[in-house]
Design a protein around this ligand. Structure first.
Ligand code: ATP
Length: 406
């Protein structure tokens, strides 16, 4: 490791009492020049020390993260094939390695041949897993007929138009696309802050096209055991082809498609495998027929550019927080079914809610309704909205957190 260069010597000023006035002035001038030179040198050294400190801090951060990952040891999925007197024969998923391994007496009591288990690096059985169907169900949300309509979504007219063109048209007019010889976009990526209507957009397309809506969260995929993520992605596409037409919605795609890091831990390798599986499913997409895929992220900056290549998520649609018109429209949508007094002015509320997301505006309407109920009224007044706004702003200030609603 290089050490910083030594400090420059401190300049000295020796003034001979016999010096003339001019000589003194000259000596002082020279001393001043010398001081400035030393100061420049010191500043340079300070800059490079600071740079070095930044580098080291980054290194420490990375090592700490790697350390944490290594400490939380990975588990692998396997099937208990046979229970013998010497132990259990397990077959690890992914590489199909068969091993005779030990299992604690308490686990052994509940274990049956054919069960899925989690094993550690030394193949010792750690837990018995839920049946596979449960794992599928836990990771995916399946909705045969979502009820969201385009008109339920406020302030996103341009985004709705783009999604309809990229997802709805190819589903409804597959033959026309084939005849014209135009390839519809493989995947659509919606990106923008939380709670702005990305999931709603995907559900509305599924509704409009009578497609099954299948949602999977990227974070769910990586939280599973080693070998499980890629398998779940395969399951996801398999399920979609069983339920054609289908819209696959992968939320938080950044969890599996973040930029590659240098670390080589098994957790990272697992995320990579999951993403590779997703890309290969997308690459073999044309033969799949009536399945469209939409992904969403709040962290566009973190995405690995590999997933944005042509043939993958090649249609990017930004879904920002609503502007004034959007906020007014969203408030109107969420108060449609509410008994609203004539004194409520949506335009004023739109003025007062700059920076609010769609989800926050929806909660504001609910909160205003709660104020009316607490006051034993059946109509919501402007004052209820003002109270709700005040409450939200207070909470926001005290917690310093993004606005949270009850
Ligand atoms: P996240 O990134 O956190 O997953 P999202 O962008 O997918 O969020 P949604 O789940 O679509 O957001 O929105 C959450 C809720 O907020 C919706 O159920 C709806 O009540 C309300 N909402 C958000 N955006 C809009 C909008 N543009 N118009 C009407 N309601 C909206």
């Amino acid at each position: 490791m290089s050490r910083s260069s030594s400090l420059p010597e401190r300049p000295r000023l020796d003034l001979d009492p016999d010096m003339s006035q001019d000589e003194r002035l000259e000596a002082l001038r020279e001393h001043f020049v010398e001081l400035v030179r030393v100061q420049d040198q010191l500043e340079e050294q300070l800059d490079s020390a600071q740079e070095r400190q930044d580098d080291l801090t980054t290194q420490v951060d990375r090592l700490e993260r790697e350390n944490d990952t290594l400490k939380s040891s990975s588990l692998y999925v396997a099937t208990a094939e046979e229970l013998t007197d010497e132990g259990v024969i397990v077959k690890q998923h992914g590489n199909n390695q068969e091993v005779l391994t030990e299992v604690s007496p308490t686990l052994r009591e509940d274990l049956e041949a054919g069960d899925r288990v989690a094993i550690n690096d030394s193949f010792s059985v750690q837990t018995i897993l839920d049946p596979e169907t449960d794992a599928r169900a836990q990771a995916m949300e399946i909705d045969d007929s979502p009820t969201v309509l385009y008109e339920d979504i406020g302030g996103l007219d341009e985004q709705i138009r783009e999604v309809r063109e990229a997802v709805e048209q190819p589903l409804i007019n597959a033959e026309q696309f084939a005849e014209v010889g135009v390839e519809p976009p493989s995947g659509v990526l919606l990106h923008g802050p939380p709670g702005t209507g990305k999931t709603m957009l995907a559900k509305a397309v599924a509704n409009q096209t009578d497609a099954t809506f299948i949602k999977m969260a990227g974070s769910e995929l990586v939280r599973k055991f080693i070998g499980e993520g890629a398998r779940l992605v395969r399951d996801l596409f398999e399920l979609a082809s069983e339920r054609e037409p289908a819209v696959i919605f992968i939320d938080e795609i950044d969890a599996i498609a973040a930029k590659r890091t240098e670390s080589k831990t098994s957790g990272d390798a697992e995320v990579q495998r999951t993403m590779m599986q997703l890309l290969s499913e997308m690459d073999g997409f044309e033969e799949r027929g009536e399945i469209r895929i939409i992904a969403a992220t709040n962290r566009f900056d973190m995405l690995d550019r590999a997933i944005l290549r042509p043939g993958r998520f090649d249609r990017l649609i930004e879904v920002p927080n609503p502007d004034w018109d959007g906020r007014k429209r969203i408030l109107e949508i969420h108060t449609r079914e509410m008994a609203i007094n004539d004194d409520v002015e949506m335009a004023t509320l739109a003025n007062e809610t700059e920076g609010f997301s769609g989800a926050e505006l929806a909660s504001l309407a609910t909160e205003a309704g709660m104020f009316a109920i607490r006051d034993d009224r059946t109509e919501v007044h402007m004052a209820d909205f003002e109270n709700a706004l005040e409450k939200v702003n207070d909470e926001d200030e005290t917690t310093g957190q993004p606005i949270a609603f009850a």
